[in-house]
Design a protein around this ligand. Structure first.
Ligand SMILES: [Cu+2]
Length: 143
């Protein structure tokens, strides 16, 4: 293949947009609430915003410093409070999904490496979207 043709092809690839898909989903105000007793489960709260014209489905959250993060939904049926394990969470079109106390939350298990005052990296994976990695501060239950 002539050299100029190779250069042409290579430069075509370089000039292609790096991110063909705009960032249409984001995670805001993420915070890990650590238990005061080391190693006990911690909670993860955040707001997920979907600017896309289609719903996105969150299927997992992970971090290298936590053994397992489960997607939970707290329910209150006739005064009986419980936590249900969910396999996924839907972020509606043009809307938000808020993980907060008493509602949807991430449940962190195997937290012996968590330290209050540190920032940890969290990766959100979706059924229908590229993974998203964000940073979240680790705070105590109340501060
Ligand atoms: Cu829970």
């Amino acid at each position: 293949m002539p050299k100029f043709l190779i250069i042409l092809i290579v430069s075509l690839f370089i000039s292609m947009p790096v991110a063909a898909m705009a960032q249409d989903i984001s995670v805001e105000n993420a915070v890990v609430r650590a238990n005061t007793v080391p190693g006990r489960p911690a909670a993860l709260y955040f707001t997920m915003i979907n600017k896309a014209d289609q719903p996105h489905v969150l299927k997992a959250i992970s971090s290298s410093v936590v053994k397992n993060i489960m997607i939970h939904e707290s329910t209150n049926v006739d005064g009986v409070r419980r936590m249900e394990h969910r396999n996924h969470a839907v972020v509606p079109v043009g809307g938000e999904l808020t993980f907060e106390r008493g509602a949807w939350h991430g449940m962190l298990m195997g937290t012996s490496k968590l330290k209050i005052g540190e920032t940890i990296s969290l990766t959100f994976t979706f059924v229908d979207h590229a993974p998203l990695t964000i940073q979240a501060p680790v705070k105590g239950l109340m501060d």
